[in-house]
Design a protein around this ligand. Structure first.
Ligand code: GCU
Length: 684
């Protein structure tokens, strides 16, 4: 049945003509090294590659290609210079592929016509095998003249699970955590292997198992053993395990009297802890840390800096080649400054003071995973510190798993922003890394849970997919990725691919329009962040009140972040700061993020701001209706079960879009006192 479990790795049979063509280039598999014993999970990347090729080609072609002992015509040959020294003499320029890249080429080998998957390492062969299957799966032509090379542009491509130790998931909308902590380490759910397959198919090479709001327990012996068991399942697929560490762990476990990072006993505890972890997980990736943010403990509790804290941990993992990913998502309501400014204010002065194995992990925007945010001003502002991007895949502020919102376009918007620092776009800044460092990376807050379809909805699988593919190549195109995903997930029929892709491409803008048009932000229901609540004004923490963000009153609406307001614009490089300082040169999509403007402010359309706002809310609702109708027309091309699953969600999304629009307009009207323009129907 089509229940979504197989994700984009469905490998449905191709039509006959295509099958004949592909079979000629993939009728057997040649690989080197010991084969996996029948029935057992792959124990190495090459075994994983062979298993996936057999499964994938078996599904696509209707017949599993056998493993051949020697090179023959029509074989898929997996080879590295180590496993097949002859490769070195073939001028394949493998040195350009790095450790993880791959080459796919139709060529002659030992006198036979083969499809060669070549790489410098076994993990490159696995990535190449997935790339080959993807190519075949989306119906790409020309296996006979294959010549393709690809290498990841970022080094650490990591999922962040916000999974708690009781299997609840913070901001998770796809059921319980897939980590069955109760049964681990003895019971290793087979699902871990399918998780690894899905991630490896995209090139994701790391995963942080637990929530950034971490508990000390995760670093105790029983939990280290559980994490080690997960690591064993993921290792053949090139995926390293990392853990979120709570800064006060030794203090809370009663092992030290303080968590002060400059206290030698504290540093010694972390060193011993790292040694202990590496005994069970020799390739442990390192720690992710949320410190001094939203009430989490951190070095500032002891009047030390983020760098003091990060470097102390970095020294503990450095002998094992581990890293520390230190989050820049810091803000506190005790600090009087605009929340959007706090990360930059705290981190920018620390540029160059972090140890070599520290990355600072920065959210895409300066508030918090809103449907639209300008790129975070820290990108390009810390040239001496490796910065990691943090995107959210789970849709905390975009309607959970019920609303269809393809995030590829949102990621691309941020990655494509020129920061005007001279270092190019955010993608280029991430790829270049820091002065004198090779460390680069990107993280995505996972949307994965134990629901059958993994992500809570079929379309949310696309966000996992797009994140992974962009992690490999941050300059990839969101539309191309949508097309790939649609073809593999639903149907490679061109009409289906085109329609699904169009729906995906409009979906996020629809959400922006009915939730937070024109640069509005953080208007969601308090705490749970679902549904509209622009009227909330009485929270204990003023920086969580929606009114703090929209500032609507009789005179106008929006957050003045120019020199007459919080001056957050000054955190951007001059070229960008100038653009954002003037409402006329600020993109309208971000207008009210940076400016407080009168209700009758004249928009580019000629309409007044108030009218424009109404138009945007309406168009958001109309776009959802459009998606609903497009989906209905797709019925003959999509399997019944998944078609129905999606249709039900689109109906709910439509109702909620109407709810957002009507509640928002009613509230803003109560503040502005303005009438609805003639021709606009009153909400309801
Ligand atoms: C958001 C989210 C929290 C999360 C935090 C973080 O504020 O609502 O649940 O802990 O981000 O990224 O640390």
């Amino acid at each position: 049945t089509e229940d979504g479990y197989d994700l984009w790795l469905r490998y449905r049979p191709m039509d006959k003509a295509a099958r004949v063509q592909v079979r000629a280039a993939a009728s057997s598999i040649v690989a080197f090294g010991p084969a996996a014993p029948a029935g057992s999970a792959p124990a190495s990347p090459v075994q994983a590659a062979v298993a996936e090729l057999q499964r994938g080609l078996g599904g696509l072609l209707g017949k599993e290609p056998p493993l051949a002992a020697s090179v023959q015509d029509g074989a898929v040959v997996l080879a590295t210079p180590a496993s097949m020294p002859a490769l070195s003499g073939m001028d394949l320029k493998l040195e350009t592929l790095g450790r993880e890249g791959y080459l796919l080429r139709s060529t002659r080998l030992q006198g036979h016509k083969v499809t060669l998957v070549a790489a410098n390492s076994d993990i490159g062969l696995l990535y190449g095998s997935y790339a080959l299957l993807r190519k075949i799966g989306i119906g790409a032509e020309g296996l006979a003249a294959l010549d393709e090379r690809s290498a990841p542009k970022l080094q650490l491509r990591v999922l962040n699970h916000w999974d708690n130790l009781d299997r609840t998931v913070e901001r998770g909308y796809a059921g319980e955590s897939i980590w069955n902590w109760w049964a681990l380490p003895e019971v290793r759910d087979r699902r871990y292997v399918d998780y690894a397959r899905a991630n490896a198919s995209l090139g994701i090479n790391g995963t942080v198992l637990n929530n950034v709001n971490s508990k000390p327990d995760i670093l105790t012996a029983p939990w280290i053993a559980k994490a080690a068991a997960v690591a064993d399942s993921l290792r053949p697929y090139g995926i390293k395990v990392y853990l979120s560490a709570r800064f006060s762990t030794p203090l809370e476990l009663g092992a030290t009297k303080t968590a002060d990072p400059l206290d030698p006993a504290v540093a010694a505890w972390w060193k011993a802890k790292a040694d202990e972890i590496y005994k069970s997980i020799p390739d442990f990736g390192g720690f992710l840390v949320k410190a001094n943010s939203e009430g989490q403990p951190g070095p500032q509790d002891y009047h030390r800096s983020h760098a003091d804290g990060a470097n102390m941990l970095a020294k503990a993992v450095a002998p094992h080649k581990g890293v520390v990913m230190w989050r820049a998502f810091v803000y506190a309501h005790e600090k009087p400054d605009d929340r959007a400014k706090q990360a930059y204010s705290e981190f920018k002065p620390l540029d160059g003071t972090f140890d070599a194995n520290v990355l600072v992990q920065v959210k895409n925007g300066a508030i918090d995973f809103q449907p639209r945010e300008p790129a975070h001003p820290l990108f390009g502002a810390m040239p001496n510190t490796p910065l990691m991007m943090e995107f959210q895949i789970t849709k905390e502020y975009l309607g959970y798993a019920t609303h269809l919102a393809y995030l590829g376009t949102m990621y691309q918007e941020t990655l494509g922003t020129d920061m005007h620092t001279g270092a190019g776009t955010v993608a280029q800044i991430l790829e270049a890394g820091a002065q004198g460092s090779k460390l680069t990376g990107i993280a995505g807050v996972a949307n994965i849970g134990s629901e059958r379809n993994w992500s809570g909805s079929h379309f949310d699988q696309a966000n996992w997919y797009a994140f992974g593919r962009l992690a490999w190549n941050p300059q990839a195109d969101a539309r191309a990725l949508a097309r790939e995903w649609a073809a593999q997930t639903f149907s490679a029929a061109p009409a289906a691919v085109a329609q699904v892709t169009d729906m995906m491409m409009m979906s996020r803008e629809a959400v922006v329009n009915y939730m937070t048009p024109l640069g509005l932000h953080h208007l969601m229901g308090t705490g749970h962040h679902h549904g509209p609540a622009p009227w909330v004004a009485n929270l204990e923490r003023p920086d969580w009140n929606p009114v703090y963000y929209h500032r609507a009153d009789k005179g106008g609406i929006g957050f003045d972040r120019t020199a007459t307001g919080s001056n957050a614009v000054a955190q951007y490089a001059p070229g960008l700061a100038r653009q954002y300082a003037d409402p006329r040169s600020t993109p309208e999509t971000m207008l009210l993020w940076f400016h407080h403007l009168p209700w009758d402010y004249k928009m580019a359309s000629g309409r007044k701001l108030w009218e424009e706002l109404l138009v945007r809310y309406d168009s958001g609702v109309a776009q959802v209706d459009d998606m609903r109708q497009r989906w209905a027309r797709l019925k003959p091309l999509i399997d019944a079960r998944r078609h129905e699953d999606v249709a039900v969600l689109l109906d709910k999304q439509y109702q909620e879009a109407v709810w957002w629009r009507d509640a928002s307009i009613a509230y803003f009207q109560s503040v502005s006192g303005l009438a609805l323009p003639a021709g606009v129907k009153a909400p309801g």
